[in-house]
Design a protein. Structure first.
Length: 114
C-alpha cells in the first residue's frame, strides 16, 4: 500500500523533480509523483521511513544515483530529458543561446543528441 505524502511535500518534490530531471508534475499528476517516489523509496530500502526519504530528496547533496532511481520510477524507460513543452521552451529561450555564444567564442559548434 502506498503511504500518503503531504501536499506540501509533493509541491516541494515537484520542484526538485523539475529542477533535476526536467519533468513537470502539476497538481493533477501528484498521484503519479507520489507513486513514483514511494517506488523509489522502496527500491532504496526506505519504504518504512518515507518522510526521511522525501526530506533526503530535497537535500542539496542529492546524488546521481538517487536521481537515477527516482527518474526510473517517474518515467517509462524512455528519455526523460525535458519532455514537457514548458521545459523545452526554457531550454530554447534561456539556455541554448548562451551555450551557442560560449561555444562560438571558442570557434566551436555544439551538438545536441536526443
Amino acid at each position: 500500500m502506498t503511504k500518503k505524502i503531504s501536499d506540501a511535500q509533493l509541491l516541494q518534490l515537484g520542484d526538485v523533480v523539475a529542477r533535476h530531471l526536467g519533468l513537470h508534475f502539476p497538481k493533477e499528476r501528484w498521484l503519479d509523483l507520489q507513486r513514483g517516489v514511494c517506488g523509489a523509496a522502496q527500491e532504496c530500502g526506505s519504504q518504512h521511513d518515507l518522510d526521511r526519504y522525501v526530506q533526503g530528496l530535497s537535500s542539496p547533496a542529492l546524488s546521481q544515483m538517487q536521481l537515477e532511481v527516482l527518474a526510473s520510477h517517474l518515467t517509462v524507460g524512455e528519455t526523460y530529458f525535458f519532455r514537457e513543452k514548458r521545459s523545452l521552451e526554457v531550454f530554447e529561450r534561456d539556455i541554448l543561446p548562451e551555450l551557442m555564444r560560449a561555444r562560438a567564442s571558442l570557434g566551436r559548434a555544439i551538438s545536441i543528441l536526443s
